[in-house]
Design a protein around this ligand. Structure first.
Ligand code: SF4
Length: 214
């Protein structure tokens, strides 16, 4: 099957570009990516301990579409985004100095744009996506931010006007729960082994086998 070959190459490309730090094991405990801070704490710990599980996310068809869309977007706007890179800032949280890294989809020195792919119509942006743009605005010191949802039928645009403040970020780190939102568990690949899982118990429970009477 040709799909093996293609997925292998896509996964290798994606890991080399975005997750080589995860596989090197060379990450500092007090350094986090923006997307990590906004998701479940236990999920971050599971992923850091078991980096190969990232493959499950990469090869899921919906993620694959999103991933290829992002790469296409990055290629089309490479001229405008020459200044784009991994941005990094430090923040003090009690006695810990936390480093936060983030790489927006689009940064031209004036604005950031975050691109999302979904198959559903979008009435309101997801709060977590808004937080992501606001954190990129804080990191890049941009005053303008946009969230763009691409769906098969329509493109939705939301303008974000407020960068996240340092105190909001400190708050997010101090109140980093597992999960951040119970809805995360339903889609989580660790839901059957995670002690904090809030996924529907009926889904996770093993049905007892019916004894066959001879
Ligand atoms: S199952 Fe839920 S609580 Fe556990 S890691 Fe996944 S998202 Fe987090």
């Amino acid at each position: 099957m040709i799909v093996h070959e293609l997925l292998r190459k896509i996964a290798r490309y994606y890991i080399d570009k975005y997750f080589s730090w995860l596989f090197s094991g060379d990450f500092r405990p007090d350094t986090y990516a923006v997307y990590e801070i906004l998701e479940c704490r236990a999920k971050v710990e599971f992923t850091r301990a078991l980096p190969y599980t990232i493959m499950n996310t990469i090869v899921a068809p919906a993620s694959l579409v999103g991933l290829l869309l992002h790469e296409g977007f990055g290629t089309v706007f490479s001229e405008e985004c020459k200044l784009n890179r991994i941005f990094s800032k430090k923040i003090q949280v009690d006695d810990r100095e936390i480093t936060i890294n983030g790489w927006p989809d689009y940064y031209d020195g004036d604005k950031v744009i975050e691109l999302k792919f979904t198959t559903h119509p979008v009435k309101e942006p997801e709060p977590r996506h808004v937080q992501q743009v606001r954190m990129y605005m804080w990191l890049t010191e941009c005053k303008k931010g946009y969230l763009l949802y691409v769906t098969p039928k329509k493109v939705y645009e939301f303008e974000i006007t407020q960068p996240m403040t340092e105190s909001e970020i400190v708050d997010l780190i101090k109140n980093w729960t597992s999960p951040r939102d119970p809805a995360e568990c339903q889609q989580c690949q660790f839901k059957n082994i995670c002690p904090y899982s809030r996924a529907d118990v009926r889904e996770r429970r093993e049905e007892p086998k019916t004894e066959q009477v001879a």
